[in-house]
Design a protein around this ligand. Structure first.
Ligand code: ATP
Ligand code: MG
Length: 581
């Protein structure tokens, strides 16, 4: 199917005027210095993310504005104003400094559910000059050991039940000096570690925020592990300039917005856009503690009157899989802007958003390493479904060949960026050689393949490791997967190259079906025929295998390397970030 461009209304007709009013003009005029002056720096070289995100608002009429509206899995609610978050994070900073001896640069890791304490403790750690490292609460002991061990974290914030899960690996973490237990109605387990509540009760509400330099380390995120062993990308305090600018112009946050980011804090999206970006813009955030549930998500969107929503392709595909009856029982009138990140967003999903919510999903592209959104669709710009959009102002992107020379539009190659934006990672923790190797001929090489069209829109092809070479053609898995999910029976698809003596590789597709369909030979042929008609015969899958679910990372990315390893009977490699069924 050919997807039509989704044309946007002219500026004057938008009920809420987009912050980015004129894209070409913004590109021409952009200055990172100028945007950074919109934030509250201590002096020209010093700023602290937690100050910029929270305390800076206390001088304004946002002081008593709601910053965090939280709902638990059981449906209980809690609300915190900017002032309350400021005071509570001050208390936590005092506890870290006075009780645990935390000093600037010490790593403090978080292995906790999506509860208010994780937000408070992350802000408090940054105020104390510590380096935060959030982990998915669903991680098993080895995944925690790898990351806490590699980072040599001094403090771990967790809960009694999560601590029990990892207790066997704690003796293998010699640098870990303190564990703080957040106890939400679990009862006091018989553990020696201090409890969060007690530390907070004894701590003062005032704290002198550490005047961190813009280049001081602030955030460590291990990558999702989609292509291999996760790497610890390190970000500095200046990163908040990037979080702020992109949340303002891509998420288009305004004073009256109710913003929902569905990402877990264990994933970079959960901090850049679940904390620092929106709060530095003074936005009110709603947070749901639980994981994905189509029924609950629709009800949450409606009840909280969400206006801006940032989610991921895997979640959108799951909503689509649940059918269109459910959303039609709700009203989403306030919802005015929808964004997606994490994986290629199939054009079908972009258009589906328009049908169900009256608004298309705005895809955008970035990585743990880039720290903030690099390529995006904007409220004011037309959308070409299937394209991740155009570079953010101040970001120079390009497509380069395998010798790192720039290619003209229309050519497929390596997606590269000109280094120097504020939220760029500054190293891979203890792997600086690997970090250095990502820079070639003045470009940062992202590891993704893409092409740019004549209007400057970027189209994702695949990760360099996933691109399939079949009979002399390079086939990106995304293109094939997108056509597969247009078939009425297909919910999700993962496509790999399978070694072949003649063609070098052939395309193999793993397909999971929508709830109302069952695998059969007939269906297999029908899907094959369907894809054949739409793609070249080289790109059409030679083999289709039905599976109930595709292996995914905790951040919802299809792990093609696992599909491939299983297919070839090879070792599975690092599976620490894999989601359980
Ligand atoms: P690892 O580096 O450990 O293999 P990862 O690359 O999945 O893991 P992240 O940094 O979370 O870890 O993901 C960034 C990657 O996700 C991008 O490089 C790209 O491959 C993919 N991605 C993110 N957003 C998009 C998008 N809008 N379209 C296509 N791909 C995307
Ligand atoms: Mg990566």
């Amino acid at each position: 199917m050919e997807y039509q461009k989704i044309t946007k209304k002219p500026l004057e007709q938008h009920a809420v005027k987009p912050n980015l009013k004129d894209y070409p003009e913004a590109i021409k005029e952009w200055s990172w210095d100028q945007v950074s002056w919109e934030l509250d720096w201590f002096d020209k070289d010093h700023l602290n993310i937690a100050h910029v995100a929270i305390d800076a608002h206390l001088k304004t009429n946002r002081r008593n504005k709601k910053a965090l509206i939280w709902e638990s899995k059981k449906g209980e609610g809690e609300e915190y104003t900017f002032l309350e978050l400021s005071r509570l994070s001050n208390k936590f900073a005092n506890a870290l400094v006075n009780e645990m001896g935390v000093q600037k640069g010490d790593r403090v890791f978080f292995f906790l559910e999506r509860v208010p304490e994780i937000y408070i403790a992350i802000l408090g750690t940054l105020k104390a000059g510590g380096v935060i490292g959030p982990l998915f609460s669903a991680f098993g002991p080895d995944a925690v050991k790898d990351r806490v061990g590699d980072s040599e974290a001094k403090v771990l914030i967790t809960s009694p039940s999560l601590k029990k899960k990892i207790v066997e690996v704690i003796p293998e973490l010699p640098a870990l000096k303190h564990i703080i237990l957040v106890n939400r109605g679990e009862g006091k387990a018989n553990l020696d570690d201090p409890y969060y509540d007690e530390l907070m009760a004894n701590a003062s509400e005032s704290f002198d925020i550490v005047k961190t330099h813009k280049e001081d380390h602030a955030i460590m995120h291990y990558t999702s592990g989609t292509t291999g062993k996760p790497k610890g990308a390190v970000h500095v305090h200046e990163a908040v300039v990037g979080h702020y600018a992109t949340a303002k112009y891509v998420l288009d946050l305004h004073e009256g917005d109710v913003y929902w980011c569905t990402a877990d804090p264990g994933w970079v999206t959960g901090t850049s856009y679940g904390m620092f970006g929106p709060w530095s813009n003074g936005a009110t955030q709603v947070v749901y503690e639980g994981g994905f549930s189509a029924k609950h998500w629709y009800s949450f969107l409606e009840r909280k009157k969400v206006t801006v929503w940032y989610t991921a392709p895997t979640a959108i595909r799951m909503l689509m899989k649940a059918g269109n009856e459910l959303p039609r029982q709700h009203s989403f009138d306030p919802l005015r802007h929808l964004c997606s990140v994490g994986e290629p967003l199939n054009p079908e999903a972009v258009v589906w958003g328009k049908e169900i919510f009256g608004n298309a999903f705005h895809d955008n592209w970035w990585q743990t390493e880039t720290g903030s959104i690099m390529i995006a669709n904007y409220p004011i710009q037309d959308i070409k479904p299937g394209s991740m959009g155009r570079p953010f102002p101040g970001i120079e992107a390009g497509i380069v060949d395998d010798d790192f020379n720039e290619l003209s539009h229309g050519n497929e190659g390596n997606l590269a960026l000109k280094p120097g934006w504020p939220s760029m990672f500054r190293t891979y923790w203890k792997k600086d050689d690997l970090y250095q190797s990502r820079f070639r001929k003045g470009w940062y090489i992202t590891g993704d393949r893409a092409k740019r069209d004549e209007e400057g829109y970027y189209w994702f092809v695949g990760r360099t490791d996933d691109v399939i070479n079949t009979a002399g053609h390079l086939v990106g898995p995304f293109e094939v997967e997108s056509v597969l999910i247009e078939h009425p029976a297909v919910a999700e698809a993962g496509v790999i190259g399978k070694p072949d003596p003649i063609a070098m590789e052939v395309v193999k597709a793993f397909v999971s079906l929508k709830d109302d369909y069952a695998p059969s030979e007939e269906l297999r042929h029908d899907i094959q025929k369907f894809v054949m008609k739409r793609l070249s015969s080289a790109a059409a899958p030679r083999e289709i295998e039905f599976i109930s679910t595709l292996p995914k990372t905790r951040s919802g990315k299809i792990m093609r390397r696992l599909l491939k390893a299983k297919e070839l009977g090879l070792p599975l490699g690092d599976t620490s970030t894999m989601e359980e069924d």
